[in-house]
Design a protein around this ligand. Sequence first.
Ligand SMILES: NC(=O)C1=CN([C@@H]2O[C@H](COP(=O)(O)OP(=O)(O)OC[C@H]3O[C@@H](n4cnc5c(N)ncnc54)[C@H](O)[C@@H]3O)[C@@H](O)[C@H]2O)[C@@H](O)CC1
Ligand SMILES: Nc1ncnc2c1ncn2[C@@H]1O[C@H](COP(=O)(O)OP(=O)(O)O)[C@@H](O)[C@H]1O
Ligand SMILES: [K+]
Length: 496
Amino acid sequence: MNAPELLLTPREMRKADASVIRSGTPGVTLMQNAGAAVADAAREMVSPGARIVVLAGPGQNGGDGIVAATRLREQGYRVSLGLLGKREAFSGDAALVAREWPSDVVAVDGANLAPAELVIDALFGGGLSREIEGAARAAIDRINMSGGPVLAVDLPSGIDGETGAVRGIAVRAARTVTFAARKPGHYLLPGRTFCGDVTVADIGVGSSDLQASGGRTYVNAPALWREAIPRPGPSSHKYERGHVLVASGGATRTGAARLAARAALRIGAGVVTVASPPEALGVNAAQLTAIMLRGCDGPEGLHAILADERLNALVVGPALGVTAVTRAMVAVAAQARRRLVLDADALTSFEGLASELHQGFRSAPTVITPHDGEFTRLFKGHPDILDPSSKVERARRAAAYLSAVAVLKGADTVIAAPDGRAAINANGTPYLGTAGSGDVLCGIIAGLMAQHLPAFEAAAAAVWIHAEAGAAFGAGLISEDLPELIPEVLQGLLGA
Ligand SMILES: NC(=O)C1=CN([C@@H]2O[C@H](COP(=O)(O)OP(=O)(O)OC[C@H]3O[C@@H](n4cnc5c(N)ncnc54)[C@H](O)[C@@H]3O)[C@@H](O)[C@H]2O)[C@@H](O)CC1
Ligand SMILES: Nc1ncnc2c1ncn2[C@@H]1O[C@H](COP(=O)(O)OP(=O)(O)O)[C@@H](O)[C@H]1O
Ligand SMILES: [K+]
């Protein structure tokens, strides 16, 4: 089985580099390896002898660029080197490799990009620490205007490796070669859209060095949770596969619950029941077949239904209404100590009231699934949670605050656990932005939790499966399609 892919922030990467250097590999060897990997990638992008311009910044990223320039020149390419700053100003390993460049250098603003068949962007990588201005900004502007292909070293300059933010301006690369591990900024938006194809070069950083970084952020992919997905045993019966209860909204707001219920059933929960307000029983009954239906009158009704111990996972929130009654439903669900998914109105009903939920879900596995708007409303008045510039960090803090897994949705959905693990999802499609899509996601999460997946694994698997299903369908997708696409994705994962 593939190991889960760890993503390292630039700060964590520095710790991993330090670990390698402690074990005896000099930093300059890492830089030589990095530069050689960039040169290899460059050769794949142009024909022999091509004109290549390398633009190098003042730090180690520039050092990698100078190594690549030196290699490519030795290999017969017509390479010119533009520096941001003076050659003498380099320090550390970059100063060592700068001495090896045998030819002239020009200032970045003097570098002629017009004849270049490839521009190698080695201005800034993991050390970017502020907004880009002045000569660096002008250089990036010219790179982007040049129209030719750009190969970025480590990160497109201007992209923050931790957050994926554009720090004022950023290079648009056709390809990015990064080292040892991808960075969150390669996956988080908008960073992802600036990188082009990202490849990871092995520069001699081992897996124990990666672990020494303390990083706990992963790419959301099957390696992270596939083993946890259960297959029914030969003699297992439906209740062993879990029983999900989905709370339905009122008579004109029942679709969301049915979408979630259908998804829970498709992902493998043995039994799924919709808990419907009395006035909505007729409309729900008219549209449910395999899914069971029970009348449920508000929080008291929910409390009564939960006397049935077999109900082991709940979905509360979609289309319930933003009301005190919804808050009371959440309280009943939390007190019942069942696996719980909270979405939509269950979250918005606590607008500015997150403190009422502080550590509220310690006693049972719980997942919240806000999009950005719901997240901002829920944590109004909590700048410690809302303000971090990294989406991963925001999700992590929310998870720790509530003692629940937080799924912060969007085109770069982040899943974070209270223990600090986090995953960034990247297999989605904009076609998932369709009414009811989030309701289906809730149902998948609950269906997996009902089958005893731990909350983090259930949420991460559900986000990936939901995205995979949407991407497989593509144009024309509506939410009703999503549950019906689950079997193929599941069969691909389980090999059956
Ligand atoms: N052992 C090593 O030396 C290794 C270095 N590596 C490379 O090292 C890079 C990180 O190197 P550094 O930490 O030196 O960082 P960078 O080279 O990314 O940038 C740091 C330099 O840029 C300046 N700077 C930061 N933001 C700026 C802004 N907005 N405007 C103008 N100047 C700005 C800083 O003052 C500093 O001089 C990685 O991206 C990678 O390319 C890797 O090759 C791995 C091994
Ligand atoms: N551009 C996109 N790329 C990938 N996934 C997306 C995109 N836009 C939306 N999604 C996904 O679609 C789902 C939408 O959920 P949500 O906003 O709750 O919608 P609704 O309330 O209509 O159900 C989320 O899982 C989100 O991550
Ligand atoms: K760069």
